[in-house]
Design a protein around this ligand. Sequence first.
Ligand code: HEM
Ligand code: HEM
Ligand SMILES: [Fe+2]
Length: 460
Amino acid sequence: MKYKSHKIAMNFFTFAVLLFLVQVIIGLVAAVQFIKPDFFFFAFNISRTLHINALVVWLLCGLMGATYYVVPEESGRELWSIPLAQFQFWATVVTVLVVVVGYIIMGLFPQANITVFGTLLLNEGREYIEAPRWADIMIAVSAILFLINNAMTMFKSKKITGIMGTLLGGMLFLTLMYLPGMFYTSSMVKDQYWWWWVVHLWVEGAWEVIAGALLAFMLMKLTNAPRQMLEKWMYIEVALVLFTGMLGIGHHYYWIGTPNYWLWVGGIFSSLEPIPLLVMVWDALRVTKDTRSTTNKLGLFLATAHAIFNFLGAGLWGVIHTLPSVNKWTHGTQITTAHGHLAFYGAYVLLIIAMVYITVPEMRGVKEYRMSRGYRSFWWQTVSMIMIVFIITGAGMVQTYMERLLGLDYVTVKNNFNTWFWIWRAVFGVTYIIGVCMFVYDFFKIGKEPVTATLSESKA
Ligand code: HEM
Ligand code: HEM
Ligand SMILES: [Fe+2]
């Protein structure tokens, strides 16, 4: 390990990867509960909460791990304070575990979610960020310690690269956007209004800025492309993400009681959102084709796959239902769920997996590593995810037609007409989990096995 600080990056990756496995196993529980609601020892509401909160938390931990790798490497020095980073890591782990136990307790004994100092003890509601207020505060403190440590490292080194500055800018934006989710208003409309600041401005704002910076970093490490050129395109991508994504928030303000102009603002700006994502694909493909120079073929393959699936999941599966004239029919159906899965998978799951395969071999001090399991895991995950997304898109089309056009009620459609979609989703949920198991196993093995398979591949 070149920098001792990279130990922190490894810690965050390890926690993230384990939580990833938990997330998808609970996703499968939720999928089976669509067919058999009393299947597990807690009900669907808890499995859904755990599935999506675990997703958000492990992705955040993955992004923190990536930052703790990039900042020492870009600034050419150790972190400002390694003990502070260690403390921040363990504080995060403990908070997350206590929150998870709290969700499960609430599932078994709903009355345990009592009010303490005017806030709920175990679960505050609001999809994706249900953590109670005390945990919100812990998370915000953890994020601030994280930012201070990385920013101090950057300033001490007096070497502020574009990639590092953009990455930390994205992280600052991410932290600030957590705050609107930390207070309540008595109006449901206003409450939803602020909640979307967190959810939308994260995934279509701050996180995409971070993805832009990390894409530039990964391409820089794996190709001969000059830094200046990569950073130039990164700035263009990030500027376009912010220009289209910030007002693109309007696509969540169509039907919640906000003024009518959001129909236009949301429709126009969110329709433009795929453009920066397409530029990223072009950037990755062009750079990979012209200047590839790496032995880490899997890393480059995953970085490119991330760019492509970011465009397909967020851009394409987003834009198909983003116009008000379409969204008034599809809003809140399984079409939304299909998009949610492919977008998160392409934009962020693959981003973290790519960063793992690019940085972990270096942290373990090896130049070459065995790649076959990594490729296999990618294909199991990707084919299963594509199948789940097609199946759920189909379920969503049936749902939209029967509920919104024929006027049947939600449960009738869910129980009588969509059963086969639920069964096939669960089947491909199992194959997806097989892919994740391969990845988790490989994570602990990268660089520790003989590389014969890789060498014969590169000679071929
Ligand atoms: C990586 C980026 C993105 C991620 C991770 C993502 C994820 C999600 C998720 C999880 C939801 C469901 C929210 C809920 O529970 O209600 C959602 C809703 C939505 N997304 Fe995205 N999204 C991304 C980008 C985009 C883009 C670029 C567009 C448009 C071009 C878009 C359009 C929409 C729309 C219109 C909805 C609302 C659907 C409804 O009315 O039910 N998304 N997104
Ligand atoms: C990396 C993999 C995965 C990601 C990124 C992911 C992401 C998500 C997201 C964002 C939602 C909320 C969607 C919405 O509100 O519309 C969700 C819900 C759900 N996920 Fe996953 N998920 C993954 C894997 C799985 C797997 C393997 C299964 C099992 C088949 C699964 C089953 C479910 C179910 C049943 C729901 C609830 C859907 C609903 O409320 O209609 N997920 N997931
Ligand atoms: Fe959005």
